[in-house]
Design a binder for this molecule. Sequence first.
Ligand code: UDP
Length: 499
Amino acid sequence: MDSESPKLEMVFIPFIAPGHMIPMVDLARLIASHGVRVTIIITTHNALIFKKAIDRDIETGNPINLHILPFPFAQVGLPEGIENLGSLTSPDQTAKVSMGAMLLQKPIEQILRDRAPDCIVSDMFYPWTADVAAQLGIPRIWFQGSSFTALCAAHSVESNAPHEKVTSDTETFVVPGLPDRLEMTRLQLPDHVRSKTPYGALLDLIGEAETRSYGVLMNSFYELEPSYIDHFKSVIGKKAWHIGPVSLCLSKYDKANRGQNSVVDAHKCLSWLDSKKANSVLYVSFGSLAKFRAPQLHEIALALQASSHPFIWVIRYEETTKDQMWLPDGFKERMNGLMIHGWAPQVLILEHPAIGGFMTHCGWNSILESVTAGVPLIAWPMYAEQFYNEKLVTQIAKIGVGVGAEEWYNLIDDERKVLVKREKIEKAVLRLMDSGDEAEKIRERAKEFGEKAKSVVEVGGSSYNDLTGLIDELVRLRASTAVGWMDSPKSRVNPIHPT
Ligand code: UDP
């Protein structure tokens, strides 16, 4: 950026779920570290999670601040403090927190009008920010916390409807027009693809807002999914920047309490890992939202017991309080592992050399954090775009094995019909953790991707270049606003570098 011109100003609006908020705050901090003036609009209790880290950034001279808004607890009937989908204490709170997020529209719009920044970076779940951006005559970039592979696959399924050409939910079909031959079943597709749902209607609104946006910011890196990044830009024709892995901007302190306060002492956890051999421990965690019913937890426990590899197993509170009876007799006495009931310091754990595998629900942040740490994966996709992410892990980058999950499920209804049985889980664990030829190759590739992930954020790396390229482009765009970047449909896609 030209040191004479006023600093570029960007406002970030994260959505109130950990898998969206965590990477978006990292992203905002990363951009501020490049001298851009950054404001993050965030609600009171969510702000507490990030405040210390932001204060440290400010002390080091980065131009970043939090604009804190009260969450409308009373209006939606929630107890004070419940303002994030990752901290719910009962299922009925999901809709209330989402409603609270909707009520934030008016106050956020006012902040945007008052600040009139040079650019809005908004979570995909706030499509209305496209309208405010248009009124202010500034670009809106949306943040999409998923892989390019998932975006391309979802786009193909929605455009070609290959699932309508098969005769049963379990018959496989090929997702057409992609760089690789990816096969899926109807049962693995989100419910809104298979039938009309209210969530599908929201996604239509989100998609429509995207057509009026300047482009998308992605927490990924070119070397991880090059053909899907190229496909996204050239075939789908949207402008995108891949600037990840954003977790690499974190300090050791940030990692210990990232996203929530960890329920375990990070030092104790790391010293337990210190006592284990390199690559010997399996980390088992299913993100911030997934919950299992007792029978599925029982199957996981039996599989871990049978595989006899040391493990760290993160279990969400809700699961354990609902039913304490699912653990096999004597499991805790016999286990060579740690069970963490609540929030774990995931990035710190994954970085420890003793971790040899990560059994994950294929949330995009978890995959990328594992890739960054060079840790191979056991892919157990569940909801959202996770079945597409699984393909990247097992077939495209080939850095993991699948557990054989058959059924997509809706996080809110949680009515999974198909259990993943202990035999399948144990088989996947042994395939990855017992050092056969296949496991060695996967491990080697995961390590190589880990090295690449670290190099792309260094000066001259692909993510570094994309990030500085974005900043330069926004500066040029600001200088050319006399033309008005949204004047013609063509300029909507990219007024500066038409594709
Ligand atoms: N996470 C964590 N500790 C936990 C559970 C989750 O730090 O005990 C973090 C994890 O590192 C990741 C995010 O929460 O950054 C979860 O995002 P992901 O996309 O993997 O899954 P989601 O929760 O959105 O389904």
